[in-house]
Write a protein that binds this ligand. Structure first.
Ligand SMILES: NC(=O)C1=CN([C@@H]2O[C@H](COP(=O)(O)OP(=O)(O)OC[C@H]3O[C@@H](n4cnc5c(N)ncnc54)[C@H](OP(=O)(O)O)[C@@H]3O)[C@@H](O)[C@H]2O)C=CC1
Ligand SMILES: O=C1O[C@H](COP(=O)(O)O)[C@@H](O)[C@H](O)[C@H]1O
Length: 488
């Protein structure tokens, strides 16, 4: 079913920032070009930079042209773009914003639907939210929603504070906590594949599954994101949100229907069954790393990246063994890893199946969900080798949806912006999920705080990461699925 057209007035706070430029403008443009935005949509960009409206339109044009999925610029798109300089800490700037909102909503007849996108640092959520209310903006007749970026806070406690701040101006159902991984079609595919193939659900348990892996290695170094990254590290940048969200789609019980409340309720229940690690368990099940320069001189030492402390003990790599406390998953180790400046670049979920009577075939059977590059489900199965006498040969069975003429893959931000305008929060993280994610993450962070400083750096850029991450698995007779290039 193709998506319905949506419209409304979007106020984009952080309009001059990196996220808006790299992801949001290209996504809005694609939605417009693909007929998924009605003509009554408009975007007001807001930030402190004193852009004129024309300068801002050029800024948006350049961002769109450099963005994902771009083919040809749609000039009419710019007729829907406006700019209002505003310092979010100043209520008088919101009074000017209010005047702009009234003008633009009249010009475009934006149906009294207002979407505020907080593409800003959490330190200004409070004043932004209060000023939206004080200036009367959120009091305008109509629907008001706010989209808030990840990571939502830096601990469970701070997340609770931020949520209370948002509640000053918005109800629970108006708050959209964004995590772009569930917005990816190939993450949603995990749930769809389980739902529509009962035989897969039949083996989705500890009787058939030996271990589960979420692999999100990146070649990208930290580069110019040092100020943000050095405060957060891989644990808060990737694990607290993306990895735990992907995991929730894997370990949740299937709801009767693919309906938003039922999905959120099962995801929340699943996350709540992941144990809180003690300090001893963190030592045993969590590996962290930080990169040093590579031999070719293409990558810096992490500690030499701009805005990173010279004695930083921030992790740029994590590998964690998790478990789920319930009957279905008892005894199934879940291994997750992600890191910067590695030799690999892909996102996938691998479900490694048990071997026959504990026999050791060459390769265990496996289901792989390719997320990036997005391909969908592939299977590794052992079949008879035609040149041998009942000996197995490993074969790959995998659809690339391109072969079915489904060539266009929307970016996650295209999917999520559309859903936010439609008021559908299925693919956003619920507040209950986010709280569980923090509970699991805080335990690791607190244990690290109690430990002596790690011996960093401990892996070289362009390697597979620290060798201790391999030992996490080999002690259980398992191994990471590693892929420098995806050929399967
Ligand atoms: N960049 C990314 O890839 C990702 C970012 N995020 C999250 O998105 C959010 C934005 O990140 P990012 O775009 O990278 O950050 P940037 O630092 O690039 O942008 C911050 C934006 O906030 C504006 N701003 C800063 N202070 C004020 C103020 N007092 N009043 C009004 N506007 C202000 C800046 O504009 P000006 O200086 O003109 O005021 C700028 O537009 C963060 O929460 C981040 O964690 C999440 C996932 C990925
Ligand atoms: O949110 C983030 O995600 C990206 C990885 O997402 P992708 O869509 O580019 O694969 C990561 O590089 C970044 O550090 C993190 O903030």
């Amino acid at each position: 079913m193709s998506k319905v057209e949506v419209g409304g007035l979007i106020v984009l706070f952080g309009a001059t920032g990196d996220l808006a430029e790299r992801q949001l403008y290209p996504a809005f443009h694609q939605l417009y070009q693909r007929g998924q935005l009605t003509e009554d949509f408009a975007i007001i960009g807001a930030a402190r930079t004193q852009f004129t409206e024309n300068e801002f339109k050029e800024h948006v044009r350049k961002a769109v042209e450099a963005g994902s999925n771009f083919t040809e610029f749609e000039e009419a798109f710019l007729e829907h773009i406006y700019y209002q300089p505003a310092d979010n800490t100043k209520v008088q700037d919101f009074e000017k914003l209010m005047t702009k909102i009234k003008e633009v909503s009249t010009t475009h007849n934006t149906s009294n639907r207002y979407l505020y996108y907080y593409s800003i640092a959490p330190s200004i959520y409070d004043e932004t939210t209060v000023n939206l209310k004080e200036s009367g903006i959120t009091g305008l007749t109509g629907e008001h929603r706010v989209v808030v970026e990840k990571p939502f806070g830096y601990s469970l406690e701070s997340a609770k504070e931020y949520y209370q701040i948002l509640k000053k101006s918005f109800n629970d159902e108006e708050i959209f906590l964004i995590d772009h991984f569930p917005g990816m079609d190939f993450v949603q595919n995990i749930l769809a594949t389980r739902f529509y193939n009962p035989f897969i659900e039949g083996i989705w348990n500890n009787k058939f599954i030996e271990n589960i892996q979420i692999n999100l290695p990146e070649r990208l170094e930290v580069g110019d994101r040092g100020a943000f990254y050095d405060e957060n590290g891989a644990l808060l940048d990737m694990f607290q949100n993306h990895i735990l969200q992907i995991l929730s789609f894997i370990i949740m019980d299937l709801p009767e229907e693919l309906e938003k409340d039922a999905i959120h309720s099962e995801k929340h229940a699943a996350l709540s069954q992941i144990p809180t690690y003690s300090k001893e368990e963190v030592k045993e099940f969590v590996v962290r790393g930080q990169y040093s320069a590579d031999a070719e001189g293409e990558y810096n030492h992490y500690r030499d990246e701009p805005d990173v402390a010279k004695d930083s003990s921030t992790e740029t790599y994590i590998a964690i063994q998790l478990s789920v406390d319930n009957e279905r998953w008892e005894g199934v180790p879940i291994y997750v890893r992600t890191g910067k400046a590695l030799v690999e670049q892909f996102s996938s979920v691998d479900i490694i199946l048990k071997e026959r009577n504990g026999d050791s075939n060459d390769t265990p059977s496996r289901l792989t969900f390719y997320i990036e590059p997005g391909k969908g489900l592939a299977m590794v199965l052992n079949q008879k080798d035609i040149e041998a006498n009942m000996e197995p040969i490993t074969t790959f069975i995998g659809p690339d949806q391109n072969t079915f003429g489904k060539g266009y893959v929307p970016t996650p931000y295209e999917n999520l912006l559309h859903d936010a305008l439609e008021g559908d929060n299925t693919l956003f993280s619920s507040w209950e999920e986010v709280q569980e994610q923090w509970r699991i993450t805080d335990a690791i962070k607190e244990a690290w705080n109690d430990m002596s400083d790690p011996d960093f750096p401990n892996y070289q850029a362009t390697s597979f990461g620290p060798s201790s991450a391999d030992r996490l698995l080999t002690r259980n007779n398992h191994e990471w699925i590693k892929r420098v290039n995806i050929k399967e």
